[in-house]
Ligand binder design. Structure first.
Ligand SMILES: [Zn+2]
Length: 85
């Protein structure tokens, strides 16, 4: 069974649709059961879309830094949760 910290590692590949069918299915099953990871994936997806929307324009350093901070924060929260369960 996929753990929260496993999901955090492959989350960006999942969002980009780069996971193999079986792996993608495990992520979906985990997301059905785990509200925290749904929130995490939702935030990550929103951040990814923001970055894509901005990629054609001049990169906004401040925005990228804020996105990076939020993703790192969410990732750390997931990792610490995953290790004590
Ligand atoms: Zn989870």
């Amino acid at each position: 069974m996929l753990m929260c910290r496993d999901l955090a590692v492959i989350a960006s590949d999942y969002i980009d649709g780069e996971l193999a069918g079986r792996q993608s299915l495990s992520v979906k099953m985990h997301l059905m059961m785990c509200k925290d990871c749904r929130t995490f994936i939702g935030n990550l997806r929103a951040s990814t879309e923001l970055m894509k929307a901005h990629s054609s324009a001049q990169p906004d350093e401040e925005l990228l830094r804020r996105i990076d901070e939020r993703v790192t924060e969410a990732l750390n929260a997931l990792k610490s949760r995953g290790s004590d369960s």
